[in-house]
Design a binder for this molecule. Structure first.
Ligand code: NAD
Length: 294
């Protein structure tokens, strides 16, 4: 089944995602505040509207891919012009609480809503190989799944509204902590006189194996495609990792969960992202850990 889709937020992720929906045969009308994003989307067959409300008018499915919960909540206030009963799918990474408020806003306006944040980065968005983590009722999940499958390789139903965002913050807390763990190991190895390649050859096939090491290795050499080989050009920006770890730490505080390492990771990334590191790939955290060791 093809949909008339309104797509709001055509940035690094949303742009290629909208392009993949066009490729799958959907009628996609999009909007972004940034002219460059609008132009790029138009080049990929997205019909560009003059406002978010115009993009969504008459749509039976609305996708948002915006920076933060504030952006999503603001957008949801304005998007009531969608066709009655439209399915709202928010793919941004936002707090579980904000996701539930957004879903309530959509429902009050006579629509349905699911949260469907993603993992896989810009490369995954371009290659339509994202993993979607979905919080939805069963019928809404059934309707969203084939649309999400046009933009990703895995679509996981995590539970009711908010469960997708819960899975996303937990996953990225693992990722933030494991990137720091891998970076600390390389810095200690350097002080012990161990070559990067030797540590990689052992840990990548031993119990230290993890994605932060084998796909996004924070030192140049062992994984030629990792951002460390191109001066840490992102990739997944440290500022976004700081945001996601902040969401995890806030959730832990609200629910009285200790999550000590998650909180420490949030502090380290917040400090790193506040300076020039914010735009760099999150694996560049190794540079501050190395400075601290020197
Ligand atoms: P981005 O900054 O490239 O894109 C966001 C876009 O939203 C921008 O182009 C901006 O102009 C637009 N925008 C902001 N307010 C708007 C409004 N009111 N109306 C229309 N457009 C508006 O960010 P991104 O990298 O595409 O990330 C989007 C979301 O996806 C974030 O929540 C992020 O945490 C999440 N995410 C990003 C990655 C990644 O690797 N970049 C991976 C997974 C998840």
């Amino acid at each position: 089944m093809t949909h008339r889709i309104g797509f709001v937020g055509l940035g690094n992720m949303g742009g290629p995602m909208a392009a993949n929906l066009v490729k799958a045969g959907h009628r996609v009308t999009g909007y972004d505040l940034a002219e460059a994003a609008r132009t790029r989307a138009a080049d990929h067959g997205v019909a560009v509207a003059a406002s978010a409300a115009e993009a969504v008018t008459g749509a039976d499915l609305v996708i948002t891919m915006l920076p933060t919960g504030r952006h999503v909540l603001d957008a949801y206030q304005e998007l009531t012009v969608a066709a009655r009963g439209a399915l709202f799918v928010d793919c941004s990474t936002i707090a579980v609480g904000d996701a539930r408020v957004a879903a309530d806003l959509a429902r009050v306006a006579g629509h349905r809503a699911v949260d469907a944040p993603v993992s896989g980065g810009v490369a995954g968005a371009e290659a339509a190989s994202l993993t979607f983590m979905v919080g939805a009722d069963d019928p809404d999940f059934a309707e969203a799944e084939p649309v999400l499958a046009a933009m990703g390789r895995r679509v996981v139903h995590c539970g009711a509204s908010g469960a997708g965002q819960a899975a996303k913050v937990c996953n990225n807390m693992i990722l933030g902590i494991s990137m720091i763990a891998v970076s600390e190991a390389f810095v200690l190895g350097e002080s012990l006189g161990l070559s990067h390649q030797a540590l990689f050859d052992v840990a990548s096939t031993a119990s230290g194996q993890c994605w932060a090491l084998t796909s996004n290795c924070p030192v140049p050499g062992p994984v030629p495609g990792s951002p460390a080989n191109r001066d840490y050009a992102a990739g997944f920006a440290a500022a976004l990792m700081a945001k996601d770890l902040g969401l995890a730490a806030d959730a832990a505080t609200a629910l009285a969960v200790p999550a000590e390492l998650g909180r420490q990771a949030a502090e380290l990334y917040a400090a790193f992202a506040a300076g020039e590191g914010g735009a760099l790939d999150f694996s560049a955290i190794i540079t501050t850990l190395r400075e601290d060791a020197a």
